[in-house]
Design a protein around this ligand. Structure first.
Ligand code: GDP
Length: 479
């Protein structure tokens, strides 16, 4: 608990210089940029005749989750939220574009397609589906990493002429970690070399057993280019959604997640928010991550001004004081002062976090948690130079499990360590093992800023030995 002198002055609406002088009177020499502890701050505050109000973490959380428990009878069915993932060039963007045209209301009422990060289609039967239109698992996991779990269903796009490729496997593993059900869209079925059954067979290697092969994974043969079977894909999404019994109460203040945010000329900060609970209305005051605001206008994915937006609706929100980040939480609070207070509190926390010396390692925490019996798994991402080593390491790690702790391989693949690996490890508090491979600079940077441990090896025995020690809570983290 510390605050800079400048911050303290701002919060009291006093001049920085006056606070410095008061501190000097109290025998503390500090400039406006230096931090003082909470007790000193309290003294200063009382010197100025203000009363101190400490905003604690639990206050913030309390304010945000007040209305969280909605009685069952207030819950109404809501549309599913779908993310499209898959290997590059397998047709994610094409599929999203094609699905968009299945909307029965676009074209009506002069709406013009707006790319706001997500869109909703209305099907001829009156059902709705919401698609996040930033394809790829980077966006998906980056959002999850910030605590936003918005995706109900993952559409895994696999090109029928190319089959399962490295990013397909990554996507599968990301979806598994997020516990999102997968529907496989076997794309490019119009192509001469298309072999949908080969894709189904390859899926078996990743514990995805297609219905055609006696399993429970829905696969749909589509062509994004020709628009073939899109209705069938949508039907399957709705079927899966029904099984999930997706519900939300529309009659309460809104909560959701920021999908995208930017600063635009003439419009100010604009954020696309996916509403998850309640209904957002023009005039509502809200907190979005470390920013706050009052809704000045709501614009839908067809560029139309709307008055309100309910559950599973993506909507552009105008009237934010700053620019939040994708994945930030969004919550309406009646009290504007409270919104401001929470935003300021979070900004202060961000500043403190960014100035504090190197993040404490997840490994360190993991040890104490393993020791205390709080965690039962050691999540690991493994990257290796060749398939043989990879398989040998995975097999040996698998055998290491005891009754207390097991190794859980989140993802194992041949190749260098990338940002995607770091995001995956970070989202589960896991570590990364590089066997005869290195991390690229972006991955290194991301691992540093998130405190994700990357360990490099060139001898398989060492990997196993370290894992054993970690699982015994014995090995000290490398720093
Ligand atoms: P992304 O990287 O996964 O987003 O893939 P794109 O949507 O950009 O598609 C990559 C390429 O595949 C483009 O040249 C598309 O025109 C082509 N493509 C996508 N879907 C189909 C399809 O169903 N059939 C055929 N023949 N080509 C497709």
């Amino acid at each position: 608990e510390a605050i800079t002198v400048g911050d303290l002055a701002n919060r009291m609406a006093e001049r920085g210089g006056d606070v410095v002088k008061t501190l000097m009177k109290l025998g503390v020499m500090a400039t406006v940029n230096q931090t003082i502890d909470a007790d000193t701050a309290e003294l200063v505050i009382s010197e100025f005749g203000h009363r101190m109000k400490r905003v604690s973490e639990s206050d913030v959380e309390d304010a945000l989750i007040q209305h969280q428990d909605d009685p069952e009878e207030l819950q109404k069915p809501r549309p599913p939220v779908v993310t499209v993932m898959g290997h590059v060039d397998h047709g994610k963007t094409s599929l999203l574009d094609a699905l968009r045209t299945t909307d029965v209301v676009s074209g009506e009422a002069g709406g013009i397609t707006q790319h706001i990060g997500a869109y909703q289609v209305e099907l001829s039967g009156g059902d709705h589906i919401t698609f996040l239109d930033t394809p790829g698992h980077e966006a998906f996991t980056a959002m999850r990493q910030r605590g936003a779990n918005v995706t109900d269903i993952v559409i895994l796009v696999v090109a029928a002429d190319d089959g399962i490729r490295p990013q397909t496997v990554e996507a599968i593993n990301h979806a598994k970690v997020a516990k999102a059900p997968i529907i496989v869209a076997i794309n490019k079925c119009d192509k001469p070399g298309a072999d949908p059954n080969r894709v189904r067979t390859q899926l078996l290697d990743h514990e995805l057993v297609a219905e055609e092969m006696g399993g429970d994974i829905i696969t749909v043969e589509v062509s994004a280019l020709k628009g073939t079977n899109l209705d069938k894909l949508e039907e399957m999404i709705l079927l899966q959604a029904e099984l999930l019994e997706l519900k939300a109460n529309p009659d309460r203040r809104a909560e959701g997640a920021v999908v995208e945010a930017k600063l635009e000329k003439g419009r100010g900060s604009v954020a696309t928010v996916l509403i998850q609970h309640g209904t957002l209305k023009v005039g509502d005051t809200f907190v979005a991550g470390a920013e706050w605001g009052r809704v000045r206008a709501l614009i839908d994915d067809k560029g139309r001004n709307i008055k309100e937006a309910g559950p599973s609706t993506p909507v552009e929100v105008l009237g934010i004081q700053g620019t939040p980040s994708a994945g930030d939480d969004f919550a309406v609070l009646e009290d504007e002062a409270k919104c401001r207070e929470i935003a300021e509190y979070r900004q202060r926390k961000h500043r403190e976090a960014s100035t504090s010396v190197a993040a404490r390692g997840t490994l360190e925490q993991m040890f104490s948690q393993i020791k205390a019996g709080e965690i039962k798994e050691l999540p690991i991402v493994i990257k290796a130079d060749v398939q043989g080593s990879l398989e040998a390491i995975m097999a040996s790690l698998d055998k290491l499990g005891t009754d207390e702790v097991k190794v859980r391989v989140l993802h194992g693949a041949v190749g260098g360590i990338t940002e995607s690996d770091v995001i995956l490890a970070n989202s589960t508090g896991g570590i990364i093992v590089g066997f005869n491979v290195r991390a690229n600079p972006q991955a290194r940077e991301l691992s540093r800023s998130n405190g994700v441990d990357i360990r490099y090896y060139s001898v398989i025995y060492d990997v196993i030995d370290d894992a054993k020690q970690i699982m015994g809570g014995l090995l000290a983290p490398e720093r």
